[in-house]
Design a binder for this molecule. Sequence first.
Ligand SMILES: Cc1cc2nc3c(=O)[nH]c(=O)nc-3n(C[C@H](O)[C@H](O)[C@H](O)COP(=O)(O)O)c2cc1C
Length: 211
Amino acid sequence: MISISKEDFANLSKIHRLNLINSCTGYKSANLIGTISKKGTKNLAVFSSVTHLGSNPALLGFILRPTTVPRHTYQNIKETLFFSMNAITETSIKEAHQTSAKYQEDINEFEATGLEEECKENISIPFVKKSPLQLLCKYQNEYEIKENDTLLIVASIEKMYIDKLLLTNDFWIQLDKGNVVSINGLDGYSKNSLIDRLSYARPNEKSNSLK
Ligand SMILES: Cc1cc2nc3c(=O)[nH]c(=O)nc-3n(C[C@H](O)[C@H](O)[C@H](O)COP(=O)(O)O)c2cc1C
């Protein structure tokens, strides 16, 4: 094993430190957040920090980098309160990655990256058409993480759109059936394949395969 200490982190180049620290906590979820500004410009951005916060009420959270530079996703969410969350799939990783480029505020990032937009009835927030799992979310709150000036954005899940191939009888979503990817570090996109589902774990009892 190679041992790397906190003191060593400080001596690494910025890129090496970014790569190392961003990949050491494991695979992350891969989502595109779709928003619209008050002026009507549609925006899309890749986020790897989206996580489940609780199921009743249905809440998710994501980490927003410091707002010392313009963050269009954040600005738009504050203006309209709503956003879409779209799972990234194998065939769209290049376009999804491209959304991390710093486009000007008035650029429609669907058009700029080639990702097809989907409009849902009575909803102005744009969705990503080929995504098999799309959520409509509503901003609820934000918490400052003082240690590094980031924000934890907390949102409720208002509505879910799922390709029926992914949804099992017990309402579990099998993400690999939709070729949903995960993120390794800052620029690695990985395939997933289900190994097994296991029964609820109890002391002194072996979990069974549910497949
Ligand atoms: C793989 C990947 C994951 C990212 N995850 C996040 C994230 O979790 N939080 C964040 O604030 N920015 C994240 N970014 C950076 C945003 O995608 C980037 O700042 C983008 O330009 C934001 O666009 P916006 O200004 O339109 O909101 C990520 C970038 C990449 C390439």
